[in-house]
Design a protein around this ligand. Structure first.
Ligand SMILES: [Zn+2]
Length: 437
């Protein structure tokens, strides 16, 4: 009989979730007492030599979807604890959290990152203290940490209880662990594997926590006070030895983030992935806030961005070609540039073109590089909707109607590999057709 690796309960449903991926059958068991999900397959994934990671590194630095959220969480906790000066980031990736903590709160952090491409970026470009290895107390050399961060790592670990105990041993008595991991709440829904594929990450993830199993894991690792929050499909936890429930963990701090991006853009070389990533985030933030003039000035001062034609984009057939783009975020930058043309410069014909390019490129990225296409999935249909809107604005009614029809009925050859547009978007298109009939 199988036993739950977290609560050691012996009521386990074998094969609670089964799916096929890459010709292999993957199976997850679920504990009936704590709802923990764990893979039966024990494919050992070696982060030290992984070529997919190497290729995806640009995508992560330049546009990783949840960076703003993660940095806001870190900022909100550090802001409440101004005396903290020393921390560790376990699974620090390219070191953005460490760099942010130092730049904005003067906290020094020791990072752990076994994947050499990631750890080298952080060490060489951002000059951070990154240990190119798995977390091990010996590297802390007897220093105890005010805090530890561990984002999106716990699900990768084969023995989470021992791992959490080690982290606890590296903390000061009143030290705090801040962590996040996918929430398994919706993973048994229909179509969950395709909707939440990154949470499943077959062959890479080992455990998928429920709120209860995360609570159980932290408690048995010796954390006496914990606060666990559900947020956007993830669980966030604060764990320590004093009450932590008061912190407003998810308050977004756009002005702090903007300040950070501007500081970094002054220091970094244009053309580096970090530079591109911060540039894109600052540009997008300005447009989201309606600071169009600032965004326009950013755009006109750029000399490293070439716009690809629709023919060039549609001719892309291999993921390698995507790496010749200016940045991994080009499809999103086109979208925001189109918004700028539409709302600020009132050049509808240019807006229409950029929305169209954004649609084509986002759709290519979803097809060829799905692992890092979360934002593209969010905007691909918005881009098409706005393109149709821009066509109507220009009186190109016939073309607009055709595009609207194809969107509603998902009828276009290259639509096949992207999910159907959401219902509310289809409704908006129907309303447009009515209005411009
Ligand atoms: Zn359990």
């Amino acid at each position: 009989m199988r036993i739950c690796p977290i609560c050691t309960g012996n009521q386990v449903i074998d094969g609670a979730i089964r799916f096929d991926h890459g010709g292999l059958l993957f199976e997850l068991n679920q504990c009936l007492s704590c709802a923990h999900l764990f893979y039966v397959n024990t494919v050992e994934f070696n982060f030290r030599e992984d070529f997919v990671h190497k290729r995806s590194i640009r995508g992560y630095i330049e546009k990783i979807a949840d960076m703003e959220q993660t940095l806001s969480v870190v900022y909100n906790v550090l802001h409440e604890n101004p005396s903290w000066k020393l921390g560790t980031d376990i699974g620090c990736g390219v070191g953005i959290v460490m760099d942010f903590a130092f730049t904005m709160r003067q906290c020094r952090m020791i990072g752990f990152e076994p994947s050499p491409d990631y750890s080298e970026e952080g060490s060489n470009v951002l000059k951070l203290h990154v240990v190119p290895d798995y977390f091990d107390l010996k590297y802390l050399q007897g220093q105890y940490m005010d805090f530890a961060t561990c984002f999106q790592v716990l699900q990768l670990v084969s023995d989470p209880l021992t791992f959490l105990q080690e982290i606890k041993r590296g903390l000061k008595e009143d030290g705090v662990l801040i962590l996040s991991t996918p929430d398994n709440e919706k993973l048994k829904d229909d179509n969950a594997v395709s909707h939440y594929f990154s949470a499943f990450s077959p062959g890479v993830h080992r455990q998928l926590f429920s709120k209860e199993s995360l609570q159980a894991a932290l408690t048995s690792a010796g954390f006496t006070e914990t606060a666990i929050f559900r947020y956007n499909g993830h669980l966030f936890a604060l764990a320590g030895s004093k009450d932590l429930s008061d912190i407003d963990l998810f308050r977004l701090n756009p002005e702090v983030l903007t300040d950070y991006y501007i500081k970094k853009l002054r220091l970094l070389q244009p053309g580096s992935s970090y530079f591109n990533g911060f540039w894109y985030r600052l540009y997008r933030t300005k447009i989201d806030k309606g600071d169009y003039q600032d965004a326009f000035e950013m755009l006109t001062s750029v000399d490293w961005f070439d716009v690809w034609s629709a023919e060039e984009i549609n001719a892309i057939s291999k993921p390698e070609k995507l790496f010749e783009l200016n940045t991994a975020a080009d499809g999103i930058i086109y979208y925001y540039t189109a918004i700028l043309f539409l709302n600020h410069l009132h050049r509808v014909e240019y807006a229409e073109k950029f929305f169209e390019l954004s649609f084509y490129l986002c759709s290519k990225i979803i097809q060829l590089h799905p692992e890092v296409s979360t934002i593209e999935k969010d905007i691909v249909w918005l881009a098409k909707y706005h393109q149709i809107l821009a066509l109507y604005y220009q009186g190109k009614t016939q073309q607009a109607n055709l595009e609207a029809y194809q969107l509603r009925y998902h009828q276009k050859e290259f639509y096949n590999h992207i999910d159907h547009p959401p219902h509310d978007l289809i409704e908006k298109v129907v309303n447009l057709q009515e209005k411009y009939r």
